[in-house]
Design a protein around this ligand. Structure first.
Ligand code: MIG
Length: 836
């Protein structure tokens, strides 16, 4: 399984091009005989790299050796360099679940050396390998050092399992801040923390609990306004220390596997996230309905109850698209079966729900009940698809169905089988699948023991290596299966566990949170962090999974959830029923108002998602990402933008009547009354229960759909364009397509770009278009806010628009064709005079 790389030979000091692959000669073998006194055993010590004696090149890869260990540096792109280290020069086979394929995109790179160092340079980055101590550092083309090893890479032999504990240690700068690492329930800035990645079912987790559900070994460093990223692609238990043990050091290490990391250049945090997505992929476009509101509970049953909840939405005129069936829909919790007592005719029920605009999402767990009368178990057993212990016993554990065995999702054949098991559910009309318990979770013991074996796509490993990817491979199997079964339709999936790259297959929720104000705050930070960590489609259990929210907390949570990329309310089985109307007035009306707002903004969210899919931008962006040079922003974690145009600050304290909100530099409009406010400062904002602070960036064009009770309820007759005046040029994008197929991969979509530019007496809006899709509606309904003059004349593509009004909110409103190229809003004569 190992791949050998060229060995260091003392006489060979020069750079070789494309050397033959040779085996390493060990200098001396130390044999320990059983009758040797234990005292003679060499103590286990950390070994550090020596000095790199020589370098060899193979294409875009460079190998440096100290005579024993070898370090590989690969130029992945102009901005990304990968480092790998092999003690004794034996690299593991190059395989990664996170990075499906590396496209070598660097056009130009070179290798130079002087007395002090070897230097690999692209057009953007230099990677320096120190000739004395083998420390590695990175700098930009201005020779500004962004990252530097504090000590050389090192390792420690693992006697019990073989392989090594591997360590990297970088200098931690006095003002350096750290972001990323997935769903860690702690402050946004990770400075001063030590954290571990080991997927864990963390029921009712709390602030600073670690680890929880996901493993995303990727962080962004920000120092003196310059950002870079480190993606430590290692699936074993990994650890990160951001100046906790030693204020001057940032370390990352793993319990096994390879010391392998990608240095990702900035300088903007946004660039780092984008480039991380270049490696690990982006989220495919979800079906449009998935951006609506979802209602979940453990569990809605029997069938009559499901219908009652669905009807409740329509009766209360509260929009909803997704309704969930938790574990009780199954027969004795056996996956892919139905409890016929509760659900005698699932096909009929799902059809009726669909007729009323509801998509049915069902839960699935990895534990398969040991039961020879159960076809899924029987087949899995016959085909040897279940995980086994080191001595060949089956991995057995108790979960909801009782005694269970677990498919090895790291086996491609098992994934295909699992994917196919959804056939019947798809036939019944199920629209989405919720993947739970896939850390994997086992009652009592927590998870699998370390010795469980995994096929690992042919690269073999124990559970130590496969644990953190198990859940990702489960949801991958689900997603890929659904994609095949649904023909060209986009599947909807959600998962609890995950590893880097999981975003290629699924949305996520933050797991079993609690109905408390503390958890509302935590959910806000977690969603921002997930967004920065390459997981864009995320949300919390609105209302809190365990415990009882009161009306106020639930409403504040709905308000925040309106601006979560994924919006779902969920609650545990032992809590009171919790739908958006459960708390009476005034809560029901406010919940309705916000869920309606969610639906109005769907085209904006969808356009933002397209930008994510295509370019790798996150949906939620903490203010530090907008203005990373502002030191104070490092401490701000309440406000964020939703896309790049809408600034949101959820209200996260009971009884709060007002709060301060930071607005990044530039002009903003208060969403609720279009008042213009200058940013670059904190502003006081009233926060009565009916509103939360919402601001729109000047120059934005925000498309709005009419409120519907579910996505696609009615044909869209016109799209409202909310335009916000700006005296500097600003761009906005508007993406549309059929919303449920993969036709966008063949350019069947419409992407419109708006350019807004204002003068003292004139506002122009230009539109250009790309793509092959034509929406059915004819007109835009323009609504222009913030004009600094009284509009006298509106010109559209050279024609005068005679019908326009100025509303009470001082918005200029008129209609014009969706195909317009240029709109001009012109001030009256007197104002033109004045401006001159
Ligand atoms: O052991 O399916 O996080 O959302 O409702 C609990 C029942 C299993 C945990 C999930 C939760 C879900 C619950 N599940």
């Amino acid at each position: 399984m190992e791949e050998n790389i060229p060995a260091a030979e003392p006489e060979d000091e020069q750079t070789l091009v494309s050397p033959a692959v040779k085996l390493i000669e060990q200098e001396e073998e130390v044999f320990q005989h059983v009758n040797n006194p234990v005292a003679n055993l060499k103590p286990i010590v950390k070994k550090y790299l020596g000095s790199p004696g020589r370098v060899q090149q193979r294409g875009s890869q460079f190998f440096f050796s100290d005579g024993d260990a070898t370090v590989e540096a690969t130029v992945v792109s102009d901005e990304i360099i990968r480092i790998r280290m092999a003690p004794h020069s034996v690299f593991l086979e190059d395989f990664s679940y996170a990075v499906p394929k590396i496209d070598h995109k660097a056009s130009v790179f070179r290798m130079e050396e002087d007395e002090q160092e070897y230097r690999i340079s692209t057009n953007t980055v230099n990677c320096h390998i120190n000739k004395t101590d083998f420390t590695i550092s990175f700098s930009d083309i201005q020779n500004h050092v962004t990252s530097r090893d504090a000590v050389p890479m090192h390792w420690e032999e693992n006697v019990q399992f073989g392989g090594y504990y591997v360590f990297g240690t970088k200098v931690c700068q006095p003002q350096e801040a750290f972001y990323g690492l997935g769903d860690k329930p702690t402050d946004l800035n990770l400075r001063g923390k030590r954290l571990t990645n080991w997927n864990t079912d963390a029921y009712s987790f709390g602030w600073n609990q670690d680890p929880i559900y996901r493993s995303i070994p990727f962080y962004i460093s920000l120092n003196e306004g310059i950002a870079h990223g480190i993606f430590f692609d290692n699936t074993f238990k990994t650890h990160f220390d951001f100046g906790a043990e030693d204020r001057g050091k940032t370390s990352f290490w793993a319990d096994g596997g390879e010391l392998q990391y990608y240095y990702i250049h900035g300088p903007h945090m946004m660039d780092v996230v984008k480039r991380y997505h270049l490696l690990t992929g982006t989220h495919p476009m979800p079906p449009l309905w998935a951006f609506g509101y979802h209602q979940c509970r453990w569990s809605y049953y029997p069938e009559s109850k499901v219908h009652k909840v669905a009807k409740g939405f329509r009766e209360h005129k509260i929009p909803c698209d997704g309704i969930y069936l938790d574990i009780d829909y199954m027969d004795g919790y056996r996956c892919f079966t139905w409890n016929r007592k509760y659900f005698p005719d699932p096909k009929k029920m799902i059809k009726e729900l669909a007729a009323d605009g509801f998509k049915t999402v069902v839960i699935i767990d990895p534990g398969i009940r040991v039961d020879d009368n159960y076809s899924v178990f029987k087949e899995g057993k016959e085909k040897k698809y279940f995980c086994r212990r080191s001595d060949d016993y089956f991995m057995e554990g108790h979960v909801w169905p009782g005694r269970c065995q677990f498919p090895d999702f790291t086996n491609p054949e098992v994934r295909t089988w699992w994917g196919g098991l959804f056939d019947e559910l798809v036939q019944l009309g199920v629209a989405g699948v919720w993947n739970d318990m896939n850390e994997p979770a086992v009652f009592g013991t927590g998870t699998f023991p370390d010795d469980v074996r995994h096929q690992y796509d042919g690269y073999r490993g124990s559970h130590r290596k496969a644990h953190n990817v198990y859940g990702m491979q489960m949801v991958r199997a689900t997603y890929e299966g659904l994609r095949k079964l649904m023909k060209n339709k986009r599947p909807f999936t959600i998962t609890r566990a995950g590893y880097s790259g999981v975003q290629r297959f699924t949305s996520v929720w933050t797991g079993d949170n609690v109905a408390s104000w503390d958890h509302l705050r935590l959910g806000n930070v977690q969603c921002q962090r997930l967004s920065m960590s390459g997981i864009p489609f995320c949300g919390t259990d609105i209302g809190g999974f365990s415990g009882e929210p009161d009306g106020e907390l639930f409403t504040r949570w709905i308000q925040m959830g309106t601006f979560s990329p994924f919006m779902r309310a969920h609650s545990a089985g032992d809590t009171k029923e919790r739908e958006p109307w459960s708390f009476g007035e005034p809560f029901t009306a406010i919940n309705r108002k916000f869920i309606e707002l969610r639906y109005k903004l769907i085209p904006y969210l969808y356009s933002t998602f397209w930008e994510h899919h295509r370019y790798g931008f996150p949906i939620l962006r903490p203010v530090i990402m907008q203005e990373q040079e502002q030191l104070l922003n490092q401490a701000r974690q309440d406000e964020f933008t939703y896309g790049d145009k809408i600034l949101v600050c959820p209200v996260m304290e009971p009884g709060q009547q007002s709060r301060h909100v930071y607005l990044p530099a530039g002009n903003w409009y208060y969403y609720w009354d279009n008042e213009k406010i200058a940013g670059g400062r904190e502003v006081p904002v009233a926060t009565p229960l009916e509103t939360i602070p919402l601001f729109i960036k000047a120059g934005s064009v925000i498309p709005e759909y009419p409120v519907m009770q579910y996505v696609g309820e009615k044909a869209i007759e016109e799209v409202r364009l909310n335009v916000y005046y700006s005296d500097t040029e600003a761009n906005s994008f508007f993406f549309e397509d059929y919303g449920e197929t993969f036709a966008y991969e063949q350019d069947i979509y419409s992407e419109k770009k708006f350019v807004v530019n204002g003068k003292d007496t004139l506002l122009t809006i230009q539109q250009s278009m790309e793509g092959l899709y034509t929406p059915r509606y004819e007109n835009y309904h323009f609504c222009i806010a913030g004009l600094p003059f009284a509009p006298a004349k509106v010109m559209a593509d050279g024609k005068q628009v005679t019908e326009f009004v100025v509303t009470e909110q001082k918005c200029l409103e008129f209609k014009f064709s969706k195909n317009f190229k240029q709109i001009e809003v012109i001030a009256g004569e007197s104002e033109v005079q004045l401006a001159k």
